[in-house]
Design a binder for this molecule. Structure first.
Ligand SMILES: [Ca+2]
Ligand SMILES: [Ca+2]
Ligand SMILES: [Ca+2]
Length: 204
């Protein structure tokens, strides 16, 4: 059930390219998670996405009613800014874990275009929203000439002391002749079959 909720949420949070052709608009959806075998609703998650007149997703607000009693128990909201080309510049997010109106965690993500095929994100998390950053991370992505992600390097400084504590490298290798894509992350290797458009369709 948790997996299904996560997948549904992901679908909600993804920008909607088709609708993004329109001028500024709001899009709201909710997910009802059924946890009981008796069919009772376990939790209700409502997400509202706001787009600007260029079709950029500029705000996400998510409300969790964890016990489905009609009272919101957790709130997440963020604000996103873009450059004129629609490239993301900054996301500022706050989570109010107990929905008392005071944010409990602040996250900022700064996006940088390193060059035409490389982007970088710097993430900082202030737990407790007390003004002291507790965790930072950097994520650098490299794309091929077709715009496919080929490498992602993530570095985590889990105590924000300036020293990286964990680093991971993920790679995606495309073999268009054999319609395959190979994903590598540490000791994990997964091979995917690609369809004629180059989209992954299943793991082999
Ligand atoms: Ca709070
Ligand atoms: Ca803090
Ligand atoms: Ca550290």
């Amino acid at each position: 059930m948790k997996t299904r909720l996560a997948v549904s949420l992901l679908a909600l949070l993804l920008p909607l390219p088709a609708l993004a052709q329109n001028p500024a608009f709001l899009w709201t959806g909710s997910v009802h998670e059924d946890v009981g075998e008796d069919g009772t609703v376990g939790s209700i998650v409502t997400t509202t996405n706001r787009y600007d007149d260029r079709g950029n997703l500029v705000q996400i607000v998510t409300h969790w009613d964890l016990d489905a009693n009609g009272t919101v128990d957790r709130v997440y909201m963020d604000a996103r800014t873009y450059d004129k080309q629609g490239n993301p510049l900054l996301t500022v997010a706050e989570t109010d874990f107990d929905a008392d109106g005071t944010a409990d965690e602040l996250t900022t993500i700064t996006y940088t275009n390193l060059n035409h095929n490389q982007t970088s994100e710097f993430i900082s998390v202030d737990r407790g929203a007390d003004g002291t950053v507790d965790l930072t991370a950097t994520r650098t992505r490299t794309f091929d000439n077709r715009g496919n992600l080929v490498q992602q390097v993530s570095e985590y400084d889990s105590d924000a002391d300036g020293i990286v504590d964990h680093r991971s490298v993920e790679t995606w290798t495309y073999d268009y002749r054999n319609n395959q894509m190979i994903y590598l992350s540490g000791a994990t290797k997964t091979t995917y079959a690609l369809n004629h458009r180059g989209d992954r369709i299943f793991s082999i």
